[in-house]
Design a protein. Structure first.
Ligand SMILES: [Zn+2]
Length: 408
C-alpha cells in the first residue's frame, strides 16, 4: 500500500493516494480505514474526500455492517462519473472498449481492418471509432479519462513508438501516441498488449484477487504478462514478457531470428498450415501469405475446429501445447501458482485446449511436489487487450506512483 504524506504541498499526491485506495476497494472503504491504510491524518483525509465528493468522483451514502460494532459508512467510486477508452491493435483485428471507473465494459467495437499495414489510415480509423463511441456514450469529452493503446511489442515507450513488431509489416518506428493525442485531444498512453492484458486480468478478469500469475497471450503473436506480489512486471523498458523466441525444445521451422526451435515459429501460421495439411486439411490461403491471408487461414481452421472437426482441434491443441511448454518454464523461473491463458486466439480454442495445456504446464513445473499450477482461461475473451489499454490509462492518470509510461 502506497503511504501518503501529511506535508501541505503534496496535496495532489495525497488525493491520488486516497482516490486509488477507494478505486481499489471492492466493497467500499471507510474514512477510518483510509487513515489506517494511507497513514494520512483524519484532517487531510477529510479535506481530500471533500474535494472528491465535490467533483462527483466518489459517494459516501452506504453503510456496511460487518461483524460486531457500529456500522461503517463507506466511500465508493461514482462508477459512471468518468470513462476510459482502450484500443487493442492486433495484426488480426482492432478492438475498442469503453470502461467505467470500475472497469466494467460499457461499449465495445470490433474492427476487421484489412489495411492494417498502412499505419496512418489505421490511426485515422481508430480516432474516428473513439469519437463515435464518445458520442454514443452521451458523455461529454471532459468525462473521458483518456485512451490507452495496447499494441504488440517491442515498443519504445519513451517515444510512444511501435518499433516494428514481427507481424505488423509497415509499422516500423511508428508514432502512435502523438497522432492520436492530436486527433482526439485526450491523454494517450501506449502499453505492450501482453502487459495490458495482465493489467486487465488483475482488475476485472480471472486474475482478480491473485497476486502471482503468468498470463499467456495468444493472438496473432504470443507473449507473456507477469504479475508478481500483486504488481504487473514491466521491466526497465516496458517490454517484459517477450517469450516469442523461447525455445520449445523441438525443431520446427526457420524462425526470422535465425533459430529453428522458437515458440513463434512453432505456432506461426505457416507451421500450423503445414500441420493441418499433414492431417488432410487444406486451407484456402497460401502458407506464406499477407497478414490478412494468414488471419483468414487461421480463422478457417478455428471455425472447422469449432464445428467439431477433431483433426483441426488436434492441430490447434498441438500449437497450444507449445505455448504451455514455455509457460511451464516461466513458472519454474518465477514460482507462481497460476497461469491464465487468453487473447483473441485462445478465446476461440480454449474450450478444447485447456485440459491438455494444464497437463503440460504442470508436468514441466519442477517443484510440483510442493505445489501445483492452477491453469485457467481468461474470462475477458478477445477484448482482454483493449480492456487492459483502458485500465492502463486509468492507472496512468489516477495512480500515485510516477508512471513510467509515456503520457501526452
Ligand atoms: Zn525466433
Amino acid at each position: 500500500m502506497q503511504r501518503g504524506t501529511n506535508l501541505g504541498r503534496l496535496g495532489d499526491f495525497n488525493q491520488a493516494v486516497i482516490f486509488e485506495s477507494i478505486r481499489r476497494a471492492v466493497d467500499g472503504v471507510s474514512r477510518v480505514e483510509l487513515a489506517g491504510s494511507t497513514g494520512l491524518s483524519p484532517q487531510t483525509i477529510s479535506n481530500v474526500v471533500r474535494r472528491l465528493l465535490d467533483e462527483g468522483l466518489v459517494r459516501e451514502d452506504r453503510t456496511v455492517v460487518s461483524g460486531p460494532g457500529k456500522p461503517r459508512t463507506v466511500l465508493e467510486l461514482e462508477t459512471n462519473r468518468m470513462v476510459s477508452i482502450g484500443i487493442h491493435l492486433d495484426p488480426g483485428l482492432i478492438s475498442l472498449v469503453m470502461l467505467n471507473l470500475r472497469g466494467e465494459v460499457l461499449l465495445s467495437r470490433r474492427l476487421e481492418i484489412p489495411a492494417v499495414e498502412v499505419p496512418e489510415k489505421t490511426l485515422e480509423t481508430m480516432a474516428a471509432a473513439v469519437n463515435e463511441m464518445i458520442t454514443e456514450s452521451g458523455h461529454p469529452r471532459s468525462n473521458v479519462v483518456g485512451v490507452g493503446v495496447a499494441a504488440p511489442g517491442p515498443l519504445n515507450p519513451e517515444k510512444g513508438f511501435i518499433t516494428g513488431p514481427p507481424l505488423l509489416d509497415g509499422w516500423n518506428e511508428v508514432d502512435i501516441v502523438e497522432p492520436l493525442h492530436r486527433a482526439l485531444d485526450l491523454p494517450v498512453v501506449l502499453e505492450k498488449d501482453t502487459i495490458a492484458a495482465a493489467i486487465a486480468e488483475t482488475w476485472k478478469g480471472t486474475g482478480q484477487g491473485r497476486d502471482n500469475f503468468i498470463f499467456m497471450y495468444m493472438g496473432a503473436g504470443i507473449g507473456a504478462g507477469i504479475v508478481l506480489n500483486g504488481e504487473v512486471v514491466r521491466g526497465v523498458s516496458n517490454n517484459a514478457g517477450e517469450v516469442g523466441h523461447y525455445s520449445t525444445g523441438q525443431d520446427s521451422r526457420d524462425c526470422e531470428c535465425g533459430r529453428r526451435d522458437c515458440l513463434a515459429a512453432a505456432t506461426s501460421f505457416p507451421m500450423v498450415a503445414a500441420q493441418a495439411r499433414a492431417v488432410g486439411i487444406a486451407l484456402d490461403v497460401p502458407d506464406e501469405g499477407t497478414v490478412e491471408e494468414r488471419a483468414t487461414g487461421m480463422n478457417q481452421l478455428v471455425e472447422m475446429a469449432a464445428a467439431g472437426n477433431e483433426a483441426a482441434q488436434g492441430v490447434l491443441r498441438g500449437s497450444s501445447e507449445q505455448v504451455a511448454q514455455v509457460a511451464g518454464q516461466l513458472c519454474n523461473a518465477l514460482d507462481v501458482d497460476t497461469v491464465i491463458l487468453g487473447g483473441p486466439l485462445w478465446a476461440d480454442i480454449g474450450g478444447y485446449c485447456l485440459e491438455q495445456a494444464a497437463l503440460v504446464i504442470n508436468e514441466r513445473f519442477t517443484p510440483k511436489d510442493v505445489h501445483g499450477i492452477e491453469v485457467l482461461s481468461s474470462r475477458l475473451g478477445f477484448e482482454v487487450g483493449a480492456i487492459g489499454g483502458a485500465c492502463a490509462i486509468m492507472d496512468a492518470m489516477f495512480s500515485p506512483k510516477a508512471s513510467a509510461l509515456l503520457l501526452r
